[in-house]
Design a protein around this ligand. Sequence first.
Ligand code: FE2
Length: 161
Amino acid sequence: MRRHDGLISLTHDHHHGLAQARRLRIAANGSDEERLRASETFIDFFRTEALAHFREEEEVVFPLAVDRPGAEAFLERVMIEHLRIHAIVARLEHELQSGKVSQETATDAAAALRSHIRFEETEVFPMIERVVPEDELEILAVRLGEGSERPDRRARTHAPE
Ligand SMILES: [Fe+2]
């Protein structure tokens, strides 16, 4: 099913997140040096993009759905997953700072982000499209789209393909 315009910028973020997770997963099985470099890139992506993305979901999107029938269990799970991703990224960052990233931590971080994005795309966003009224979804397109406060998104939107 086609994603509603109100959620499309978040879905674009998800594509980018999946690419980052894939890169880290592959590097997890590589050399120590490859793991360090990929972890650095992943953490940079997390700080510059993923944190802003989580905030938009938590502060703008999920509140539109939280009191609708059937939404709560989905949102409890996504919020717990956000916390788990913060935890695993903190572990990754700690290891990076100590100069050695384990295969396990890099693999776990990549897997946590990937499965979270899949859950949002296959279950949470379709639920939001079902329960949130059309006019409220349309407002999201304006708030989260090109005119948003996010410099990384503006850079991506206006960058030549
Ligand atoms: Fe998300």
